[in-house]
Design a protein. Structure first.
Length: 82
């Protein structure tokens, strides 16, 4: 077994960590096995795991949500005050 060291920008490192968690691999495995054919089931699972934070919006009425954002917007309040 050989050990290598790579220097990554913070944003790329974070993306790799998220993707590796979603696929159930270590970051090293993800980097080293990038050319191995991907498992479509694992890819789909990882995709839907990333969407879970959006589930909280499933029961929100779009129009009501947008109105509440407009009502609480600091920018719009500043514009109206001028």
């Amino acid at each position: 077994m050989h050990r290598t060291k790579n220097h990554l920008h913070d944003d790329l490192n974070e993306k790799l960590k998220v993707r590796s968690r979603g696929l159930g691999l270590s970051v090293s495995e993800l980097i080293l096995e990038k050319d191995i054919p991907k498992d479509p089931v694992a890819e789909a699972r990882a995709y839907f795991e990333r969407l879970k934070p959006l589930e909280s919006l499933a029961t929100v009425a779009c129009e009501t949500y947008v109105r509440s954002l407009r009502h609480s917007s600091r920018i719009l309040k500043t514009v109206k005050a001028q």
